[in-house]
Ligand binder design. Structure first.
Ligand SMILES: [Zn+2]
Length: 493
């Protein structure tokens, strides 16, 4: 393990705390160090003992409740003889524990004395993993959640359905497992198939782990496009009724859910109800991106629907579907989130106001959504948020479709200074996305994620100047090494 035992807290801590004072001396953490917590924070006391390798009992480390603090805020005091953490909630004390854990990892448990007063700039600090195109194991997803939470990220957006594979088990739909979850890998000649569903037990295990790490899970059910796998299993949900296949190539596919077939909404109502029961957090992502409209234009049922609603073009039909699907999500007691294409074609039918818009094609969609009164999550592919992109514009680098350099990520601002305050107030925060068309293994995923995910976390917790962030690159590299993740070590841009 590489460590920095002689350094001050200010040169080690990332994300940058709101307020930090370096003090003289060190606190030596070892196996006989004891942890105590007031009753509200008891679970954090146990977690602290496990994560820092110490024991319950005395008050060498003390978690105290301080009522007037914000939910995620904490105050951490490290002196030579004691560590005291104050917060109003277990979430705040968990953020403090994460800060402590990073310091311990960097200093071989010889913690520099300091005072930290901290709280986040944005409430939504997310990362997305595409588990449709390639699946990732439960242990690997847990490893990512652990590391993400160590850097104060608090939302895991789990992309579970797409053209190339459906991953959510639903009762009464056996062909999701036998057909929608599998694809033939045509690049091999032995007829092998790829993919399966996650089991309910696996999903619940990941959810419980995320909740222990104070991270919410947002399952994504793609609609009305990116549904080839679903249509292969249930061709009656498509405009031409198939037959369809689960593709093993990448791109945007013409076949989408039929907007004129009531059976589609019956299926979606059931699927959303089951997903809402399986996942306990408040949000469901309903997709909405990259939906071609040619199939609707050629479909008698879809044309009838347009006539009945007096719609002029198929973009408006997508707005109709978005609104109906949002209502199904609301009926199931959840809040819908959609990619920024949901803003298109809404001039006649509008959009439900509680729909949260995730802006991926630049910041523009998010700005427009905010002006229209929607809450917004910024995840622009144009500003460093797409981690399937290469680290560097080089043929030697792995990656797909674009470039997100470390400098781009370290400069990411989900609310640039030029934004009007009325727009800014609806922006909940931001998110990094890892699409996995060309990411076939967890080691490749790690290489694309780190250290970019750490810079992203910093910009969502407490944004800094680019150079201030980049100055911590060596510290982040050391953390990657000590956490056992493969990381990119090349130029900043
Ligand atoms: Zn149709």
């Amino acid at each position: 393990m590489r460590t920095h035992q002689q350094m001050k807290a200010s040169s080690l801590l990332f994300p940058h705390p709101r307020h930090l004072e370096d003090k003289e001396g060190v606190f030596r953490l070892h196996e006989t160090t004891s942890v105590a917590a007031e009753p509200l924070l008891n679970a954090i006391g146990d977690q602290c003992a496990v994560l820092l390798g110490c024991k319950r009992g005395g008050e060498d480390i003390l978690f105290k409740v301080q009522k007037e603090m914000a939910e995620e805020a904490y105050r951490l005091t490290i002196t030579k003889n004691q560590i005291v953490i104050r917060s109003s909630t277990p979430i705040g004390s968990f953020r403090a524990l994460s800060t402590l854990r990073r310091l311990a990892l960097l200093t071989d448990n010889i913690l520099p004395c300091c005072l930290v007063e901290d709280e986040p700039s944005y409430s939504w600090r997310g990362f997305m993993l595409d588990c449709s195109r390639h699946m990732f194991s439960v242990p690997f997803i847990k490893k990512l959640i652990d590391i993400a939470s160590l850097f104060h990220l608090n939302r895991f957006h789990w992309h579970l359905t797409d053209d190339q594979g459906w991953r959510i088990p639903l009762e009464g739909y056996e062909k999701l497992e036998t057909t929608a979850s599998k694809r033939t890998e045509s690049q091999y000649t032995d007829g092998r198939t790829y993919g399966r569903l996650y089991t309910k037990e696996e999903i619940l295990e990941i959810q419980a782990y995320a909740h222990e790490h104070h991270m919410l899970i947002i399952p994504e059910l793609e609609t009305p496009g990116h549904v080839s796998a679903l249509l292969a299993a249930y061709p009656e949900l498509g405009c031409t009724k198939g037959p369809y296949t689960v593709p093993d190539s990448w791109g945007i596919f013409e076949e989408v859910l039929c907007a004129g077939n009531e059976g589609v909404f019956t299926f979606l109502e059931d699927a959303i109800a089951q997903i809402s029961e399986l996942f306990s957090d408040p949000y469901i992502h309903i997709g909405g991106d990259e939906c071609p409209h040619r199939a609707w234009e050629a479909c008698p049922a879809c044309r009838n629907r347009m006539k009945e609603l007096d719609l002029q073009h198929a973009h408006q039909l997508q707005a109709y579907m978005t609104s109906r699907i949002c209502k199904l999500v609301e009926k199931a007691g959840k809040r819908p989130i959609g990619w920024d294409e949901v803003l298109e074609g809404t001039e006649l039918l509008g959009l439900p106001k509680d729909l949260i818009v995730m802006s991926w094609r630049g910041l523009g969609g998010g700005i427009e959504a905010s002006k229209r009164g929607h809450q917004v999550i910024m995840s622009p592919n144009t500003a460093g948020c797409y981690f399937d992109y290469k680290h560097l514009d080089s043929e030697e680098e792995m990656g797909n479709l674009g470039v997100s350099t470390l400098r781009d990520v370290a400069s990411f601002a989900c609310t640039p200074p030029s934004l009007d305050p009325s727009v800014r107030q609806n922006i909940l925060g931001g998110q990094a996305n890892l699409w996995t068309e060309k990411v076939t293994s967890s080691k490749q995923a790690e290489y694309l994620l780190f250290p970019r995910l750490m810079f992203m976390a910093g910009q969502l917790w407490n944004p800094q100047q680019t150079e201030t962030n980049l100055a911590k690159r060596e510290v982040l590299q050391m953390l990657c090494d000590n956490l056992g993740v493969l990381s990119y070590r090349g130029p900043l841009s």
